[in-house]
Design a protein around this ligand. Structure first.
Ligand code: SF4
Ligand code: SF4
Length: 502
């Protein structure tokens, strides 16, 4: 078996295998062995702390603009109201959910199930076509890490080289003060992120109550606020890219979704190899004559990578398609006078066979499934009744015969108002003559986004009964407008001679 020592030097790259405080350790790793190692651990399994160089360039500017939009949306989300309802709310405690201002309840399980299918198939279609674009551009973990925490780190500690130097420096008063300041800022940001997550779960009003009311009344909320803040601090200050490598399942199943036509950040091996440093006065023609490619082995694509990989090794699970290596390589190509795009968004077919990007049959089939699911989802949302009613005979109760001979049943009624307005409610019998009376108020109103729970008495003439049970069709009306129809069963005496069904 080959050992790293036995392999040719040309295939080796130098990697930093240090903990933050031990950045002087360096190891030789054979580039052909890259799938046997993870980029963030050395051969003894110790964490290799990454100091990626600050990215810059056209792709980074696009990504920063998009991230700014997402960050505004993410932090403002719980505070934005549409017709009085939050833009997004996932109140699992009260089992109340709001998406784009539409209130959903656990009873909307079909909507949730289809929404989940749309989400999953959307990810599948997106990954088949565009690889892990989501990870680098829209995933909240990456956006927060690379566009907020990492930027703060560059401001306080400086760029990659300064960070390495600071990590290797002895603990002085100045280093301690800088570290304390950085981690205080990190914790403040984590507190902000933790509170935002809490606002998405309990709602912004509840969050304000937790923050400003008597703490003794909100110890659960305060506990979660502290836990979330510590969790995010742990993730963004220490765990970092490991969340994408070890925790996130998406990176793991992408290999099953990508094919040779998927668009990914990739190195053009045909153009780049054989890689070799550029010597003074060496032109493109002399490199070509020497059998050398465009890659000048500057390793800028590696030093900017926030997951520590070398994209020249090929598509890897750790790559989040952040495009930092594209910018880094493009700037080198500008400097050496070669065309940009040695690292670029491309499919395997495009790189290896020069084929244009194709919309494959697999993509088409997934897209059809996705479009169908989106259609079902929209139909479910748009055809959703503004009120959801359950009308059930109270269990254990028998029918009652009134002095005038009519038969009475007691029902329990539960109504949920899913609309944006209070709903005055009236219930009418639709298929039989008889009376329905809701108990409590004579003019019941279901408040916005809340339940009305009451009882109802239904009286029928015995001649209307079709046996020991009779089907009732009820209409739920608001201001004369039919909102929903419900069907339930009316119980009558067993001896009742059945009324012939028409
Ligand atoms: S940045 Fe470009 S030229 Fe430099 S090592 Fe990477 S691929 Fe080669
Ligand atoms: S390889 Fe390039 S695109 Fe992939 S994570 Fe690293 S820098 Fe980003």
């Amino acid at each position: 078996m080959n050992t790293p020592q036995e392999k040719p030097t040309a295939n080796r790259r130098i990697v930093d295998s240090s903990e933050p405080a031990q950045s002087s350790n360096r190891q030789e790793v054979d580039w052909r062995d890259f799938r046997d190692h993870i980029a963030t651990a050395d051969q003894d399994g110790r964490r290799r702390w990454l100091y990626p160089k600050a990215p810059s360039g056209a792709w980074h500017r696009r990504r920063a603009g998009f991230a700014a939009f997402l960050l505004i949306l993410m932090f403002a989300g719980p505070w934005i109201r549409i017709q009085g309802n939050p833009l997004l709310l996932f109140n699992v405690v009260e089992r109340r959910f709001s998406i784009l201002g539409q209130i959903f309840w656990p009873q909307d399980s079909a909507v949730f199930a289809v929404a989940m299918l749309v989400f999953i198939s959307g990810i599948v279609v997106f990954t088949v076509a565009f690889g892990r674009l989501w990870c680098g551009w829209a995933c909240p973990q990456t956006v927060m890490m690379e566009m907020v925490f990492r930027k703060v780190e560059y401001l306080i500690d400086g760029d990659s080289a300064a960070q390495r130097a600071l990590a290797a420096a002895p603990w002085t008063v100045s280093k301690t003060a800088r570290r304390l300041f950085k981690h205080a800022v990190f914790f403040g940001l984590s507190f902000l992120v933790g509170n935002t997550l809490l606002a998405y779960i309990i709602g912004s009003e509840q969050l304000l109550a937790v923050q400003f009311d008597d703490p003794r009344r909100h110890w659960v909320g305060l506990t979660f606020m502290t836990l979330f803040s510590l969790l995010f601090y742990g993730i963004f200050a220490r765990f970092r890219e490991q969340a994408c490598t070890f925790i996130c399942p998406y990176g793991r199943f992408q290999s099953a979704l990508l094919d040779e036509n998927s668009l990914v950040v990739a190195y053009d091996r045909r153009r780049g190899e054989k890689r070799a440093p550029l010597h003074r006065g060496q032109g493109a023609q002399s490199r070509l004559a020497a059998g050398l490619g465009d890659c000048v082995e500057c390793r800028q694509c590696v030093t900017v990578c926030p997951t520590g990989i070398d994209i020249r090794d090929g598509t890897q699970m750790e790559c989040v398609n952040c495009t930092a290596c594209i910018d880094a390589c493009d700037s080198i190509m500008h400097k050496v006078g070669r065309p940009t795009g040695l690292i670029r968004f491309a499919s395997q077919n495009n790189l290896e066979r020069g084929e244009p990007q194709r919309f494959t049959r697999r993509m088409a089939m997934y897209s059809v499934v996705l479009a169908a699911l989106i259609g079902v989802f929209l139909w479910l949302v748009l055809s959703r009744s503004p009120v959801e009613t359950t009308f059930l005979r109270v269990s254990g109760t028998l029918h009652q015969t009134l002095p005038d001979g009519r038969i009475r049943n007691l029902f329990s009624v539960k109504m949920i108002n899913k609309s944006h307005d209070p709903l005055p409610i009236e219930v009418r019998l639709e298929n039989l003559p008889g009376t329905v009376r809701l108990m409590g108020s004579t003019h019941p109103v279901v408040p916005v986004g809340e339940y009305l729970q009451t009882s109802a008495l239904v009286d029928l003439d015995p001649t209307q009964l079709t046996g020991s049970t009779t089907e009732l069709k009820l209409g739920v009306y608001s201001q004369g407008q039919l909102l929903e129809r419900v069907v339930t069963q009316f119980s009558g005496p067993r001896s009742q001679s059945p009324k012939p069904t028409p």
